[in-house]
Design a protein around this ligand. Sequence first.
Ligand code: NAP
Ligand code: ZN
Ligand code: ZN
Length: 347
Amino acid sequence: MPAVNGYAVQDPASPLAPFNFERREPGALDVQIDIMYCGVCHSDIHQARNEWGGSIYPMVPGHEIIGRVTKVGAEVTAFKIGELAGVGCFVDSCRTCASCLANEEQYCDTGMVGTYNGREKDGSPTYGGYSTQIVVDEKYVLHVSEKLQIEGVAPLLCAGITTYSPLRHWNIGKGHKVAIVGLGGLGHMGVKFAASFGADVTVLSTSKTKEQDALNLGAHHFAVTTDAAKMKSLAGKFDFILSTISAQHDYNQYLNLLSLNGTMVVVGVPPQPSAVQAFSLIGKRRSIAGSLIGGIKETQEMLDYCAAHNIVSDVEVIKAADINKAYERMLKGDVRYRFVIDIASLR
Ligand code: NAP
Ligand code: ZN
Ligand code: ZN
């Protein structure tokens, strides 16, 4: 079986460290990919540290994977050796439930098989993209354009689709006033997509220092959430809010910024629950909703949209050995705007 170099955590309290393991030989429908870049998602931190519970160790995180196809199984028709390929947050699902049949495999009734911290149908643990190579069924592999700067494409596989999907589902575009809350990996992609779809975009951030960046990314307005007077002036102003906050916070502070019939979609997953006041919802018939990544079909549509509109993530490329430092910086909100591991540093 092919030997793979990776980085893993052995338990919730230890840092990531080098870890060698084996992948399966590609089966008839499998694509083998030499990984070039892997993005670093805040979900990697939550899961490595078991903040959501149920983590499986050792864990090789990483679900924003870009690389080149090095082998294909005998029955693979969609990919050829040498092509660029992407892998996102899941590598399998039941394929028969209503969600899978509706191309929304992320909502599979029996649970999607996570790219890492999951179990294949045979029970073996899945290992993610902080590694030199991966083998995935072709149905769960994405086509990637050669036109874009590939290190900037890697984060599209999670941060990209997680923000694209709700903006599309709620038909956001021209005439909508949208707030993106939290300017990190997801948030900066949310700004790019919402602006590209024609919305009037405001970034709500705890970091005053990100103002100019927010405007450069395509936002039209910026507000610091600790500025109480400014926040008061924004009450009832937004049709749609996309919240990407990774830590516990007060949802009501943002719900109160929605206009009549406005919706706040939560994509950030703080480990602790947070109380929602009924008054934050009833006064203006507001809604709060959630959204989880996106299906394979929509992820491909998003990648094609990015190729057509020249959209990539703004990244800071790091060596694998710097991953623990990157985690610490993300926890301080110090990310501009996605860390991406150069997997050449693992070979
Ligand atoms: P990230 O790059 O670390 O960005 C999170 C941002 O949230 C920070 O940069 C900061 O932005 C803001 N923030 C952090 N702590 C805050 C606090 N206490 N109060 C207010 N704002 C705070 O993380 P990410 O990779 O974008 O992920 C964000 C969240 O989405 C994580 O919880 C992750 O697990 C989740 N996620 C969900 C999905 C899904 O499918 N739903 C997919 C991927 C990730 P400012 O400096 O601008 O305030
Ligand atoms: Zn992610
Ligand atoms: Zn299913």
